[in-house]
Write a protein that binds this ligand. Structure first.
Ligand code: SF4
Length: 223
């Protein structure tokens, strides 16, 4: 059985192999939110809390046609913003977050999306996961992006143990090579959405089956 406490060379080979197989399955470019600028990605990421990326992608073209940049969104009437984003759920708090973030961009960052983790996480509605999405996609920086899908799959594979998202990120930062961090984040996330499902993982159809702690345990139980 494989675990993150395995020898570093063995761990590195496992990670490379997982990456190779997932690229073969899903391709090397994985994107869930549609955007045309760092500002649009920032707003999309905030809106994606507690809803699907598909739902966010339905409302953001309308939102950005009406309010194309941070200054426009910051100065918008709250009621109009709420109406546009209503279908994403929690629309009152999300409207407050995206307008608060837009306002902060204007006041503190010359209207631009900042790069550093410390600056990004000062924006309303932006935690480490969202900041890592931006750092990875906008600035091309290495980042471990821990959402529910990624966390579940990595724990099942035996690559991380921490139950808390931030703790899992730190745990994985020490074992996943920098060049694999961003691509693996997106690929594993995709795998969690289509194969390694929360309630019933499709292990029989999984290309990572022979590399997975969970599958090995299930096999042991059966024999
Ligand atoms: S073998 Fe099963 S538990 Fe392991 S990654 Fe694949 S679907 Fe998930």
């Amino acid at each position: 059985m494989f675990s993150a406490s395995a020898e570093p060379d063995s761990l590195s080979r496992r990670l490379q192999e997982i990456h190779r197989r997932l690229v073969a399955e899903y391709g090397s470019i994985i994107s869930f939110l549609e955007y045309n600028s760092p500002f649009e990605l920032l707003i999309g990421v905030i809106l994606s809390a507690q809803t699907t990326d598909l739902q966010v992608n339905k409302v953001t073209p309308v939102l950005f046609a009406r309010f194309p940049d941070a200054a426009a969104l910051a100065g918008a009437a709250r009621a109009e913003v709420e109406e546009i984003i209503k279908s994403t759920g929690f629309y009152r708090s999300k409207a407050a977050h995206i307008q608060g973030a837009a306002s902060r961009l204007v006041k503190e960052f010359q209207g631009e999306v900042p790069q550093s983790m410390s600056a990004l996480t000062t924006l309303p509605g932006v935690g480490r996961k969202s900041a890592n999405v931006i750092r990875s996609h906008v600035f091309g920086l290495p980042a471990i992006i821990v959402d529910t899908h990624f966390g579940r799959v990595m724990r099942r594979l035996g690559l991380g143990k921490a139950a808390n998202a931030d703790a899992l990120e730190l745990e994985l930062l020490s074992v996943v090579p920098e060049d694999l961090q961003s691509p693996l984040s997106m690929l594993v996330n995709k795998h969690g959405r289509v194969v390694c499902l929360a309630r019933a993982p499709r292990c029989c159809n999984c290309v990572l089956r022979d590399l997975c702690d969970y599958a090995a345990r299930e096999q042991e139980v059966r024999v």
